[in-house]
Design a protein around this ligand. Structure first.
Ligand SMILES: C[S@@+](CC[C@H](N)C(=O)[O-])C[C@H]1O[C@@H](n2cnc3c(N)ncnc32)[C@H](O)[C@@H]1O
Ligand SMILES: *[C@@H]1O[C@H](CO)[C@@H](O)[C@H](O)[C@H]1NC(C)=O
Length: 244
């Protein structure tokens, strides 16, 4: 099986040779960071349509975590274009973080379309180091389709727990590796290296639920599902929330 994965990876690699060559020359990452927001804008329309009921279910109890003022302060890490804004409760105070500055224009369009939210600021930073956000300062942190792309999941979750107030919650919805015995996992492994380059560091084979289970949340609600998406390799999902 390992051999078959390697052989097919080679075929995919040859088909996507220009991308690998540009990567060797060091220009691919620049192109990808420019291209990715445009791709994500289109992808989000499809994803939000197919996942609308799951997102509504997931974010339905957000108001329960509002602070004493009654207002919810929410930090979205790896915000991208702001795909989750329409699922947040009215009056919610939103801060966004993403390492790719090219998202700003797209994010501000979502801000303009979601006047019910109180947008605070956009910080260009990676989730593994959010020193711009004070300890214990937010009620809720949200990550959707981000754990697949971060460099270090453990470090990111440590930062999440640092910025959350005691009793605050971390909400997630992530595509993950399929069960190892499945054909889908086989194809995830075959596509992984090319996919990683094409989609700005997105890894198809991460078992992100393991990191979530080991992050030390006092309560963790985590569900595994096969999402109703057209691309099989991103169907396996985990979603839920953990309480600090
Ligand atoms: C697939 S997109 C998802 C965007 C958005 N959360 C959504 O659901 O549409 C992955 C996002 O994670 C961001 N990202 C990549 N590495 C990151 C890191 N180390 N910390 C935080 N965000 C990161 C990317 O710039 C991109 O915006
Ligand atoms: C994706 O993650 C898996 C499991 O953590 C790792 O073995 C693999 O090398 C990663 N892929 C890429 C392209 O970095």
């Amino acid at each position: 099986m390992r051999l078959a994965v390697r052989a097919l990876r080679l075929v995919v690699g040859i088909l996507s040779l220009p991308m690998f060559l540009l990567n060797l020359l060091g220009v691919w990452s620049w192109i990808c960071k420019k291209w990715f927001p445009y791709f994500l804008t289109r992808f989000t329309v499809m994803y939000n349509e197919q996942m609308a009921s799951r997102k509504r279910e997931l974010f339905g109890n957000l108001p329960e975590f509002a602070g004493p003022s009654g207002k919810l302060s929410l930090l979205e890490v790896g915000c991208g274009t702001g795909a989750n804004f329409k699922f947040y409760p009215a009056g919610c105070r939103v801060t966004c973080i993403d390492p790719n500055p090219n998202f700003e224009k797209f994010l501000f369009k979502s801000v303009a379309e979601n006047r019910q939210l109180q947008f605070e600021r956009f910080v260009v930073a990676a989730g593994e180091n959010m020193h711009q956000v004070a300890d214990g300062s937010v009620d809720v942190v949200v990550c959707t389709l981000v754990l697949c792309s971060v460099e270090n999941q453990e470090k990111l979750l440590r930062e999440v727990c640092r910025v959350l107030r005691p009793g605050g919650a971390f909400y997630f919805m992530e595509h993950v590796a399929d069960e190892r015995s499945t054909w889908n996992y086989f194809w995830q492994q075959v596509l992984d290296p090319a996919w990683y380059l094409l989609f700005d560091g997105c890894n198809l084979t991460r078992e992100s639920w393991k990191t979530l289970e080991q992050a030390g949340f006092s309560k963790l609600k985590l569900q595994h599902i096969q999402a109703p998406l057209s691309w099989a390799v991103v169907r396996p999902h985990v979603y839920g929330y953990g309480v600090k």
